[in-house]
Design a protein around this ligand. Structure first.
Ligand SMILES: C[S@@+](CC[C@H](N)C(=O)[O-])C[C@H]1O[C@@H](n2cnc3c(N)ncnc32)[C@H](O)[C@@H]1O
Length: 287
């Protein structure tokens, strides 16, 4: 594996002057134009960055690598292997807590995210921790890096759920990885789509079709999409990864540890005892 630090990005990959979203007036599962749904994430994460970190920042840690609400940490799981000296890309990094931990492990990391608000929160964590992560604002579907620029790419719940065309992310990651490089990403376990997003017992009874691909969408008073989250079945994820020319090597489904009392949205110990909440896909670029 290469020991050269990753290159400086060629240019920013998208214009970032989106209007802030209005308050949510309507929510439900319905089809919306792909461009509108894919664009909503940026404004939503900008507007909600601080609230999100107030709620989940302590659980995530400022310089720690957490794969999921189950609390699986990279220091224990070692899904990326030994990263010392490697060029690592994080997409949908949020406040870059994972990247910050990887810096402490000797990796040459670049964190990317589409949201200026999340990256600003990351810069604040750089200052408080004293661990600096080079960060670039970029849509994961248009990465501003050259081919073969990275040995390892990953995301912990970033980008993929918020775009209608995740295959574009896999293609971009495959492009910037060197042959033999790895791509690891965690997402909500697809089976959860069939259940209410409720951490209690109500969340244990399926009430919608696992096969219904319509996104969960929130709109404001003017009918504008302010949040969109996309479902893919297990087969959809596999197909998209393989179509990008990547080899799928494993799908990790973390169980809920008995000592984890965290309730995070629809995740928590009650449902964790019965249902998987997270799937972590491990892929590799052949070569
Ligand atoms: C749930 S957070 C995950 C980040 C971090 N691992 C965490 O747990 O806080 C989702 C992140 O995906 C980012 N995101 C959404 N759509 C994106 C896109 N198209 N390209 C890059 N990042 C995107 C959001 O801005 C947000 O920071």
């Amino acid at each position: 594996m290469s020991a050269t630090p990753p290159p400086v990005p060629r240019e920013s990959s998208a214009p970032y002057d989106v209007a802030p979203p209005g308050p949510t007036a309507d929510a439900g599962y319905r089809d919306v134009p792909a461009a509108e749904g894919g664009r909503a994430g940026r404004g939503w994460w900008d507007a909600n960055a601080q609230e999100y970190l107030d709620e989940h920042g302590a659980f995530l840690g400022a310089a720690d690598f957490c794969w999921c609400p189950e609390g699986l940490r990279e220091r224990d799981a070692r899904l990326l292997g030994d990263v010392a000296g490697l060029r690592v890309l994080e997409v949908g990094a949020g406040a870059a807590q994972c990247s910050r931990w990887l810096v402490t492990q000797g990796a040459h990391v670049v964190a990317t995210d589409v949201s200026r608000g999340m990256l600003a929160a990351g810069a604040a964590l750089d200052r408080t921790t004293g661990v600096r992560v080079p960060a670039v604002q970029a849509d994961a579907r248009r990465l501003p890096f050259a081919e073969d620029a990275f040995d390892v790419a990953f995301t912990s719940f970033g980008a993929i759920p918020f775009v209608p065309d995740a295959e574009a992310i896999h293609r971009e990651v495959a492009r910037v990885l060197r042959p033999g490089g790895t791509w690891t990403f965690s997402v909500t376990h697809p089976v959860r789509w069939a259940f209410p997003d409720d951490p209690g017992t109500h969340g244990l009874t399926a009430n919608r079709s696992y096969f219904d691909r319509r996104p969960y969408v929130e709109t404001d008073d003017a009918g504008r999409v302010v949040y969109a989250e996309y479902h893919r079945t297990l087969g959809d994820h596999v197909r998209e990864v393989v179509a990008a020319g990547l080899e799928l090597r494993d799908v990790v489904e973390p169980g809920w540890p008995a000592d984890n009392t965290e309730v995070w949205g629809g995740w928590g110990p009650v449902r964790g005892a019965y249902l998987p909440g997270t799937a972590i896909f491990r892929a590799r670029l052949p070569g």
